[in-house]
Design a protein around this ligand. Structure first.
Ligand code: NAD
Length: 729
């Protein structure tokens, strides 16, 4: 198998072409690196070769490193994984440094120019390799994405990208690419200094440059090199590094090891010559790869997320169910959002509401969204016209003729939903799948209104639809494989990540998030300072504290759900203490952010100005206060125990979905790789110990589920007990 091919043209320019067989996108493997190395050796040794162009035969340059390889490298490094990883990373550096030095001697004499020609997207190692070359040419392809997204999966650019980019752009200039993983198109990449030239034909431009006898010494290999913006002990550099450090700690609250390690690599690397800086980068990279958080994040956010998107849980024997014509009933907040993402994905949409005005309003949501995109330069007028032309807004159910999927997003009322289901059935053909976007009503009950319960399913979007990445697919008791395949194929079309769960109260995501919100509210009632509750949540990596999240989703929704749950559970209802606080706030008219009054106070523009001081008057601080970790344990265990129970009850069928769904659905501490992954990190025995302690002091909601207790006794983890099928990607 060859990932790279080598040829030399009549002018003496060698072209090394990257084209990994059987993959639509190039990814770098260890074997690939060795092939590249061998071709570079040949080019440098051959006197007839004047220079080299490295390019790709695919429409893109490369998607990055094969992260499965990194995971394997660590697992196979044996007794001394740190040494194994460090040596592996350093051998990669040696090849990249060979490209950068290109045969020059110590006085920077000799050597051959090596250029990179990028036809399209270049990410991760796909940009680190070009950064080691002497000049980077990119095609003028606005769809191409260029950048270093490693930080998003819990690592940082460890193929020299960190060291080279900081030396090229300065710490400040590089920070948005390294710390935020920002991706840009070629033109923006050129203006930011990430690449050197945008060209019609990048290979031809690169060849011309190679033959022009260019200077190839990198600035950092020249005497007297000074880092742009100043090194750490330069007055300007000092400010940059101080600011960056504060910003990183502010944003990550110290829970993401990769961001800290990246900063250390940048800071320490800036104080020493290039080759020492590369070794420092490799040490910090090794440090991050050995941190359980990085493997957990790679597993959840890269390997398993991708596996779910590619249909890991799709019924295998059902043919392609791609949606051609979609009906949406209810053009409110959710219906309008679903219409937008579907029309953007090229699907024809019929959007129905009770009045033409309401239907038009739903369609206008897409218009407003596209207008904003045009203003920001993200889309064009033509694209807007094209997307809008796919959405028909009407009150006439007859327009649903020919739909192969209809999603209902009307009011959360079983009687209205049942009526709508029957109206839809009368208008569509016998193959049409009917879905509901309900967030609380059992799918099995709603399916009773359908003639064909096997073709009825839950497709639960999160709000705002265009932003949220997860879609929860819920199987009712009678839901058949074709409906599941239809829902999965649809989610794939709109490029979101699906999880498939069985029907139960609140399904999976809401089932876990509600106890988190309740635990926060409960603590307010106990006299725990709200600031402690909110900060404890953030310091453990939750994007929003529970009280802020309740404000965002609205207090009245909380009251509504509490009333419905109480009615369903009767005497067994466990959350009276929560309701006391929640109902009191509702009585005060503090309905959350939309009312500019809730747990937080807001200014006229709806901006939070701090926690509302009326809370302290109603719920004065108790004399006995929990410490930070107690509050954190309560907030985390409220969620993770629910995830374990969902697995125990068979609502969750695959632990990958439990973890990926938690991070994408409600932002569960991404550094942990998800709730089950986090329990694996701390170990079932320790988790059971914490549960016993919390249950003794705070009640049976913290009792360890039998599954967890059994795993503690057997010394098991979720990712071993439920492997290989559930884990293998
Ligand atoms: P919404 O009130 O904004 O919109 C509902 C729309 O349905 C309204 O435009 C209404 O006119 C229309 N409608 C009502 N009865 C109808 C009928 N018989 N025929 C046609 N149209 C009818 O509500 P929403 O927030 O978009 O929620 C819709 C559904 O999605 C609910 O089931 C809700 O539980 C669920 N959901 C909501 C959220 C959320 O965050 N809001 C999240 C996930 C799921």
């Amino acid at each position: 198998m060859t990932d790279f091919t080598y040829s030399v043209d009549a002018d003496g320019v060698a072209t090394i072409t990257w084209d990994v067989p059987r993959r639509s996108m190039n990814v770098m493997s260890l074997a690939g690196f060795q092939e590249l190395d061998a071709h570079i050796d040949i080019a440098l040794a051959d006197d007839s070769v004047k220079g080299v162009v490295i390019t790709s035969a695919k429409k893109d340059f490369a998607g990055g490193m094969d992260l499965n390889v990194i995971a394997r490298m660590r697992d196979e490094a044996g007794d001394d994984p740190a040494r194994g990883l460090f040596d592996g990373v350093m051998s990669m550096h040696a090849i990249l440094r060979k490209i950068e030095r290109a045969g020059m001697d110590e006085r920077n004499k000799g050597g051959k120019p090596i250029a990179a020609a990028l036809p399209g997207t270049a990410l991760g190692i796909g940009l680190e390799l070009p950064l080691a070359c002497h000049r980077i040419f990119a095609a003028d392809n606005p769809k191409a994405k260029i950048g270093l997204p490693e930080i998003m999966v819990g690592i940082f650019p460890g193929g020299g990208g960190t060291t080279r980019l900081v030396r090229k752009l300065g710490a400040m200039g590089a920070s948005q690419f390294l710390l935020e993983g920002k991706l840009v198109d070629p033109r923006r990449a050129k203006s930011a200094g990430l690449i050197d030239e945008v060209a019609e034909d990048p290979v031809a431009a690169a060849k011309d440059w190679v033959l022009s006898g260019p200077k190839i010494v990198k600035p950092w290999d020249e005497k007297g090199y000074k880092m742009p913006g100043g090194a750490p002990y330069h007055p300007a550099g000092f400010m940059t590094f101080l600011g960056a450090s504060a910003m990183v700690n502010g944003k990550t609250k110290g829970v993401y090891p990769a961001a800290r390690a990246l900063l250390s690599a940048v800071y320490e690397g800036a104080l020493v010559p290039f080759d020492a800086a590369i070794r420092i980068e490799a040490r910090w990279f090794t440090h991050v790869l050995l941190n359980p958080s990085s493997s957990a994040m790679i597993r959840a956010l890269f390997i398993n997320k991708e596996a779910l998107e590619k249909g890991a849980v799709r019924p295998a024997d059902v043919p392609d169910q791609k949606v051609r014509k979609l009906g949406i009933i209810g053009a409110g907040m959710m219906g309008a959002g679903i219409a937008l993402v579907s029309a953007q994905a090229g699907i024809e949409v019929v959007l129905i509401d009770q009045s033409q005005e309401a239907a038009d309003k739903g369609r206008a949501y897409t218009q407003t969204y596209m207008d904003k995109g045009i203003k920001r330069g993200k889309t064009t007028e033509d694209k807007k016209v094209e997307v809008l032309s796919r959405i028909t807004a009407t009150t006439d159910y007859a327009a649903l003729k020919g739909c192969d999927l209809v999603i209902e997003a009307v009011f959360e009322d079983p009687a209205i939903k049942a009526e709508v289901t029957q109206q839809v059935q009368a208008a569509v053909g016998p193959d049409c799948i009917i879905a509901t976007n309900t967030s609380t009503l059992p799918i099995t009950d709603l399916a009773r209104a359908a003639d064909r319960a096997e073709d009825f399913i839950g497709i639960h979007f999160f709000s705002p639809v265009e932003k949220m990445l997860l879609v929860e697919i819920i199987k009712g008791k009678a839901t058949g494989d074709r409906a599941v395949a239809k829902a999965l194929d649809f989610v794939r079309q709109i490029r979101k990540t699906p999880i498939v769960v069985n029907d139960a109260r609140f399904f999976y995501a809401n089932r876990c998030i509600i106890p988190y919100l309740n635990e926060g509210i409960r603590m307010v009632g106990e006299g725990v300072p709200p600031a402690l509750i909110e900060n404890a949540a953030k310091l453990v990596g939750m994007p929003l504290g529970p009280l802020q999240l309740v404000d965002e989703t609205s207090i009245d929704l909380g009251v509504k759900i509490a009333r419905a749950t109480r009615a369903a559970m009767g005497d067994a209802y466990p959350d009276g203490a929560v309701d006391e606080v929640l109902f009191w706030l509702a009585d005060q008219g503090r309905m959350g952010r939309k009312a500019r009054a809730g747990f937080y106070a807001y200014d006229e523009a709806g901006k939070r100005t701090g926690l509302w001081d009326g809370l302290a008057a109603q719920y004065p601080q108790a004399s006995d206060q929990p410490d930070l970790s107690e509050v954190q344990h309560r907030l985390l265990f409220a969620q993770v125990l629910e995830a374990v129970r969902a697995l125990e009850d068979g609502v969750l069928m695959d632990i990958r979905e439990g973890d990926v769904g938690a991070i994408l659905g409600w932002g569960f501490a991404p550094w942990s790789g998800g709730p089950l992954s986090w329990l694996d990190m701390i170990g079932a025995a320790r988790a059971v110990g914490i549960c016993d302690d919390l249950a003794a002091r705070h009640g049976p909601r913290f009792a360890a589920p039998a599954l967890l207790r059994e795993m503690a006794e057997k010394g098991q983890t979720f990712y071993t007990r439920f492997a290989p099928d559930a884990q293998a990607a």
